[in-house]
Design a protein around this ligand. Sequence first.
Ligand code: SIN
Length: 289
Amino acid sequence: MSARVPFGIRPLAPALGAEISGLDLLDTLADNTVAAVRQAWLDHQVLLFRNQNLDDAQLTAFSRHFGDLDSVPGWEPFSPPGHPNVLIISNVREDGTAIGVLGDGEASWHTDMSYLDQPPPGSLLYSLEVPDRGGDTCFMSMYAALDALPADLRAAIEGKSLNHDSSHDSAGKLRSNHSAFDNVSVAPGARHPMIRAHPETGRPAIFLGRRLHAWVVGENIANSEALLDRIWDHCIDEAFTYRHRWQPGDLLMWDNRCTMHRRDPFDAGARRVMHRTQLKGYQSVEAAA
Ligand code: SIN
């Protein structure tokens, strides 16, 4: 990165992640600063901005530097009034009613809304209240996972597509407007190549979405499950990950095209309040050559 970048960049883990320092996101950011943040995001896959003090309008304004925003279908009631592009992720209940989604349980490894034909390229998560223990968010580099993939396994998924189930959320819960099914080959959702070139960097990455209810298109169920188990066993390796221990005022921005993430469970009696935005999907992605 050139010496003219107007902020500091400190890598967080060998495979991915960088902390950006010296930027107050409340300031009006010059075009060249926004371009440098975007480049750092493409280079490091996950960016961390600590000690921010953003309200929902400011979170929305910062997020819009990187594209149009989208909301999550079905979760519209969990946006703060007047901020339809902000989603509250929280276990807190007020007057018996949940103020947000995903509760206090584990959110298993996933890529946001990969069950759409045009999934969101990136997401931003801002912490307002965090528990003393638990609730860490972990990120995995799917570039690094592909780079280290044994040749036979790479050959087994090259040219194959995966069906990404749309009927369950990342906490494994059946969404309210869907019915349960036994056979994953009939799961609703979108099909994406299992190895895809990132549309901006051109670098190939594995694209898995979620493990539960996934199906390798065209394979019988037993073969699909066996292949997915092998791929997932390979990917879930700490060498490809960064674990984020939250502080209030942290903003994380991740690239859904080359990362996955999961969240640890936390004490149901603790409060965790996060506000999230996501960028709108803009194009379908071709299989990597
Ligand atoms: C998410 O999966 O978008 C939420 C992650 C978290 O709550 O840390």
